[in-house]
Design a protein around this ligand. Structure first.
Ligand code: GLN
Ligand code: ZN
Length: 758
């Protein structure tokens, strides 16, 4: 019989129970309630999966903070600085690695492939050893057993573990493979001895472009692991096609292979041909990365082929772990119209898989339910708002001219210099100022209907007055209104655009206890009315200095939402770009001379395979340019990006044709600047001079030092002075101190430049 399974489940809980338990533990230090909550969540989620009709559940997919960190700890890959904390209390040591503590800084955190989930990067060292500590995979498997549920422990595979790690000495982490493999072998033997039938070994790096040493590492690792005592092994790949790695993956001595047939349905035939007949095929047929119900016709077409494998050799699963979707769409009772019936969160995805499996086995009722799903999805295509003539017509009429500014950059620069009269090395901030408790409270009260709109707006107006007064006192050159009216930089715009909807409990883990609630883009996107003009013009009316208008760019709105799956992402992005373009024009008409369009997520959307990157960058850049295009030469367009590796895409960043970019770089001590040794960036640029994620107030000398470093590769005429990112998470005291020091650093450098000129 075709079995239904899945690779991993959201850990956070329907109501973010894990988040609450973590925060309580961090406050009180009492581990027992945290561990109880964790155990309850695992049990509840397994039970939920069973009720949805799943045959085999994963175990050890749960984590208190991050699964990559769990593996580092399991293998004793613990950097020396954390050892004393571990010795005192392993849980304290674990969280010190995850988030730092009073003395220790945390491990580096980075995005898990192209998702918005962040993992902790294991820190390794040439020549180090590993050993097995603890028995988390086995213990969690036993928990499921005790509940009478058949489970399969999940491990991150050795090659992906090493590829996702870094070394402190710059050596290749793969060189540690020989040291690491015995630990995996021991772990597999331990599981086999306990009676575990199958393990799932995740090797998502198999969907990346791999060099020869990594391929060899795969061959060696899996040949070694096949030798000893071991449960059967399901090798799991996801987030894309195996492509040129298919032959490698299919040749590895394992017992089953999971493939992503949502992002890469076209690989099915090749997989069926390449995979030896005795292997299980786990077919990832419903989307683990998005929230819409699957299309029965598409899935059934895949399954018709896949059954060549024989039903005992075929498993059905979501494309990847369900970590990236919320748990239960049933909770979203407030959603308008039929929207909820179009949604499948984790629970609904498992139910869908059950239907597909039953339908394959000839169950008439399952077939009938899938037919109803098809009908509902067809109705969705005709629902009001899904296909708007006005939006589609405008997109069709869009000419390439729309992406162009009126003049080239050098001419614009001179016009803007005349209009704005800024000093050399102008100072500015990224947009937000501290979101104080009072502001959050007022917003919550207003939402709950306890504070009327007039009263709420006067809170905002007062805050804007305060923010402007502070900036004038600090002597900043280009001011901002501080974004006090915004809960979130995507949600704020989504709420004012048509085609968006918001869930109440649609939380997804971003890292550790931090969750995000991405909006749903379900229909064509349009802007019924201006969104930011009011507060921006109010702020401008309070000062002689230029106030920057502040928008979230189309690519970032797209990237941080759940996007409808019946249109290509690039089409949805162009709709967003047109809506935001209207906003840019309205700001300009209202007298705003400087407009910033934030694109912090531009890098995150970059496809994992090199061959697909150019096309993405093409349309992403085009969408930004549609948003900014058409303004007067005198209007200065800024953009902002942060917390990604930009060096590789600096050409695309330049192609945005923004007049000024502010970009994070202080954390890496201006590593970004290396890019400018090979590429002459033509625009103005403000490499961030201090890390806003840290409460530490940087000294003037430190920031002046970074600016001097920047001036080694940039012209004085193109350099701006600004922090790394927005200040909303900081307190006023530190912000005032840090900005005062930053302005002083700019003055110091201006003095040096004047002297040099004299
Ligand atoms: N303008 C936004 C802010 O200052 C930018 C935030 C971001 O880059 N994530 O908060
Ligand atoms: Zn930022």
């Amino acid at each position: 019989m075709t079995r239904v399974t899945y690779l991993g489940f959201p850990r956070i809980g329907r109501r973010r129970e894990l988040k609450r338990a973590l925060e309580t533990y961090w406050r009180d230090g009492d581990a027992a309630p945290l561990l109880d909550t964790a155990r309850e969540l695992r049990a509840r989620h397994w039970q939920l999966a069973r009720e949805a009709g799943v045959d085999v559940v994963p175990a050890n997919d749960f984590s208190l903070y991050d699964h990559v960190l769990d593996h580092a700890v399991l293998f004793d890959a613990i950097p020396a600085r954390y050892r004393p904390a571990f010795a005192a209390d392993p849980l304290r040591g674990y969280f010190a690695m995850a988030r730092g503590d009073a003395e220790l800084h945390a491990l580096e955190m980075t995005k898990w492939f192209d998702t918005n989930y962040h993992y902790l990067v294991p820190e390794l060292q040439a020549g180090q050893s590993f050993r097995l500590t603890g028995d988390k995979p086995l213990a969690e498997w036993r928990e499921a057993q005790a509940l009478g549920i058949e489970a399969r422990p999940v491990l991150l595979g050795p090659v992906s573990f090493l590829r996702l790690s870094k070394t402190v000495d710059g050596s290749d982490p793969l060189q540690l493979l020989d040291a690491l493999l015995p630990v995996y072998a021991e772990l597999l033997a331990q599981l086999a001895a306990a009676g575990v039938a199958w393990v799932q070994i995740d090797e998502p790096c198999l969907v990346l472009d791999l060099d020869a040493p990594t391929r060899q590492a795969y061959e060696k690792a899996y040949a070694t692991l096949a030798k000893g005592a071991t449960p059967k092994r399901l090798l799991a790949t996801y987030f894309g096609a195996l492509q040129d790695n298919l032959a490698l993956a299919a040749s590895l001595p394992v017992d089953g292979l999971h493939v992503d047939l949502v992002r890469a349905p076209e690989q099915l035939d090749a997989v069926l041909t390449a995979l030896p007949a005795d292997r299980v095929l786990s077919a990832g047929v419903v989307d683990g990365r998005n929230v819409w119900r699957s299309r029965p016709a598409q899935v059934s077409a895949l399954l018709e082929h896949a059954t060549r494998r024989g039903s005992d050799q075929l498993w059905l699963a979501p494309s990847c772990s369900l970590l990236h979707v919320p748990i239960d769409a049933e909770q979203e009772t407030q959603l308008a119209g039929d929207l909820r019936s179009w949604l499948a969160f984790a629970r609904q995805k498992l139910e869908e898989l059950r239907l597909y499996a039953d339908a394959l086995a000839g169950d008439a009722q399952a077939r009938e339910q899938l037919a109803q799903q098809t009908a509902r999805l067809e109705a969705r295509g005709r629902a009001p708002g899904v296909q708007r003539q006005d939006v589609r017509g405008r997109l069709q009429a869009l000419s390439p001219q729309a992406t162009l500014r009126r003049s080239e950059r050098p001419y614009r620069r001179s016009v803007q210099a005349g209009a704005l009269k800024l000093p050399p090395l102008p100072t500015t901030t990224i947009g937000s100022f501290p979101q104080t408790d009072a502001l959050r409270r007022a917003r919550a009260e207003h939402r709950a209907g306890r504070l009327d709109t007039a009263a709420y707006e006067s809170v905002l107006a007062e805050e804007i007055q305060h923010v402007l007064k502070q900036q004038e006192a600090l002597g900043l050159d280009v001011l901002v209104h501080g974004e006090p009216e915004r809960n979130d930089m995507v949600e704020y715009f989504g709420e004012q655009l048509e085609g968006f909807a918001f869930t109440r409990h649609g939380w997804v883990q971003s890292y550790g206890s931090r969750c995000v609630k991405p909006p749903l883009i379900w229909g064509d996107v349009a802007r019924p009315a201006p969104m930011t003009v009011r507060w921006s013009s109010y702020a401008q009316s309070l000062t002689e200095k230029p106030v920057k208008g502040m928008l979230t760019g189309p690519v970032t709105v797209l990237q941080w939402s759940f996007v409808r799956d019946d249109l290509p992402r690039e089409t949805v992005c162009r709709q967003l770009a047109l809506a935001l373009r209207d906003e840019v024009h309205d700001l300009e008409r209202a007298g705003i001379q400087v407009i910033q369009i934030d694109e912090p997520a531009l890098r995150e959307g970059l496809p994992l395979r090199h061959a697909e990157q150019a096309h993405y960058l093409d349309w992403a850049v085009q969408c930004f340019r549609i948003t900014a295009g058409g303004v007067a030469d005198a209007t200065q367009i800024h953009t902002h990006m942060c917390y990604s590796e930009f060096n590789a895409i600096i050409e695309a960043v330049s192609a945005l044709d923004a007049d000024v970019i502010s970009i994070e770089s202080s954390r890496s001590r201006m590593e970004l600047l290396d890019a400018f040794e090979r590429f002459r960036y033509p625009g103005d640029i403000g490499p961030g001079v201090y890390d806003i994620h840290s409460p530490r107030v940087p000294a003037t000398t430190e920031m002046a030092g970074l600016l001097r470093k920047a001036l080694e590769v940039l012209d004085a005429g193109q350099l701006w002075v600004n922090p790394d990112c927005g200040l909303k998470t900081r307190g006023w005291t530190e912000v005032n101190q840090a900005l005062a020091a930053m302005v002083a650093a700019a003055h110091e450098l201006r003095g040096e430049l004047a002297q040099r000129a004299a």
